[in-house]
Design a protein around this ligand. Structure first.
Ligand code: BYC
Ligand code: FE
Ligand code: FE
Length: 468
């Protein structure tokens, strides 16, 4: 279904036919724009940027590329096509028709899931606000802005659901999305990783690789929802999400490529004097981002998650591909436990452990990119690794324990003695910060990162992605 761009709020949900909803969203729109101007990218707002805008929700040809100024980006409401006769795929209501309205008894839980999801979207824009001052190239700067406008659109996606289906509470929640702020001590974002700083581009690439990938897995689980409008909106969000993870995967790949080139040219691991990110430092950054991202999956054993599953609100990753009854009535899985200073495991019902199952799927996906980077790193005899899943954790079974990247339970004093080898130190961050010099001439790249193999949308790498 094509999207009507003559509307002030582009949409494919017949907004014009619902006067009240239309008015409510039109009164939220200026608050969003004010937020974007206050806490979105802190410069370049008046520049023409070569951006992709969704114009259709079809499989092919859904996006249009052209120059837009960010405040004029057409943020809108796009749901994937409704599937005729779609049935609930799991849980106690399996086989029943999906819901087009919110059943009373599931209202609180659905609202909570939508609010948690929605909260992450503007949080990431806030976290990335200052990066536009230190971009390694015009190509990268454009990608940052693409990610930012789409995260803004993802907020719109959740705000639509709140306004359309949750009445006054929903409108209040939509307002609160613009009132909590990343890292605000008084009114922080809901989930941990979204209150961390993204101070430099190395962090940005790791964030889009690891944290946007949590987005992929959470959205994919919500796409299974019995609440059809949520399912359809997540399906379309996932399409946009692919590019965010591409930015991360190729960004880190280019950092590794440059590091390997410098290591070979100078025959040393210590490439800092030559302006490269040494792979030991990259490993520490990776340790940090992986650990805070796996915290986003919640506790391994969660009654919340079990209830969401049984009620049909949130499924597993690609629920349809699981070869079982989709009820999880007597299946068990092993979950980790830390007992007397060792990591052990115990059997738990698969139903109570759906968070852990999703996290395992996620970790396997994370490993794929690491393997790809390692093909380059192998040329210089280096191997990057995901740290043990217990390393540097705050949530779930590992929370409150000290665990090394290799998976040993250690004491507080051992932790203190080694933490500087495992997580970025102030010095590491200062060094990475010192590399972050703005490069904006088309086709030019900062020395710490290799150019990409291809430009955006079949344009050359030295294309004028931003009219300066
Ligand atoms: N930080 O029962 P549990 C994205 C809370 S990213 C702080 O295990 P549950 C994006 C939890 O809320 C995708 N608090 O939790 C990426 C609960 O609180 P209550 C975002 C945490 O509910 C990049 C309590 O601890 N989407 O889209 O099973 C850029 C007990 O925990 C954390 C979603 O998250 C934490 N890390 O699972 C832009 C999907 N973890 O109830 C965008 C929606 C847990 O005791 N959310 N808590 O007050 C969910 O499905 C679930 O809420 C969670 C947590 C998976 C997050
Ligand atoms: Fe998003
Ligand atoms: Fe994203």
């Amino acid at each position: 279904m094509a999207i009507d761009y003559s509307e002030r709020i582009p949409n494919n949900v017949d907004l014009a036919d619902d006067r009240r909803l239309h008015r409510a969203l039109e009164s939220w729109q200026p608050k969003f724009l004010q937020w974007w101007s206050d806490l979105g990218p802190d410069s370049y707002q008046d520049r023409d940027i070569y951006l992709r805008t969704a114009i259709d929700v079809a499989q092919e040809g859904w996006a249009n590329f052209g120059y837009v100024r960010m405040p004029e980006y057409r943020w809108g409401i796009f749901l994937a096509e409704q599937m005729p006769d779609r049935r609930i795929g799991f849980g106690a209501h399996k086989g029943e028709p999906v819901w087009q309205e919110v059943p009373c008894e599931h209202r609180a839980d659905l609202r909570r899931l939508i609010v948690v999801q929605g909260d992450t979207e503007p949080a990431s824009v806030e976290q990335q606000r200052h990066l536009c001052a230190t971009a390694p190239s015009q190509y990268d700067l454009r990608n940052l802005f693409q990610v930012n406008v789409e995260e803004g659109r993802h907020l719109w996606a959740m705000v639509y659901l709140l306004h359309r289906f949750f009445g006054r509470d929903g409108r209040d929640e939509a307002d609160a999305m613009l009132e909590r702020h990343s890292g605000d001590p008084d009114n922080p974002r809901i989930l941990g990783a979204f209150n961390e700083a993204t101070p430099d581009w190395l962090s940005f690439f790791l964030f889009t690789y690891f944290t946007d990938r949590d987005g992929k897995y959470q959205l994919a689980s919500l796409k299974e929802s019995a609440f059809d409008p949520l399912s359809r909106t997540c399906e379309f969000m996932l399409k946009e999400e692919a590019h965010h993870m591409f930015v991360g995967a190729t960004g880190i790949g280019r950092v590794v490529q440059r590091a390997v080139e410098l290591m070979k040219a100078h025959d040393t691991d210590d490439i800092r004097p030559y302006g490269g990110v040494d792979l030991a430092t990259l490993q520490k950054y990776l340790n940090f981002h992986f650990s805070v991202s796996i915290d986003l999956f919640g506790a391994e054993v969660s009654t919340n998650a079990a209830n969401y599953y049984t009620q049909g609100l949130k499924g597993r990753f690609q629920e349809g591909t699981h070869d079982d009854e989709h009820i999880l009535s007597d299946a068990t899985v092993t979950v980790p436990d830390v007992v007397d200073g060792v990591i052990t495991s115990r059997e738990r019902s698969a139903l109570s452990a759906v968070n852990k199952t999703l996290r395992d799927d996620y970790a396997l996906d994370c490993q794929k990119g690491v393997d790809r980077w390692n093909r380059m790193a192998a040329e210089v005899g280096v191997e990057l690794r995901l740290p043990n899943e217990g390393f540097h954790r705050a949530v779930g079974a590992y929370g409150g324990h000290r665990i090394s990247p290799a998976g040993a339970v250690i004491s507080e004093s051992e932790w203190d003695a080694h933490v500087d080898e495992w997580l970025p130190t102030d010095d590491d961050q200062a060094f990475v910060g010192s590399l972050m010099q703005q490069v904006t001439a088309p086709g030019q790249f900062a020395g710490w990162i290799a150019p990409p193999a291809n430009g955006i949308h079949a344009k050359p790498v030295d294309y004028e992605y931003i009219r300066l």
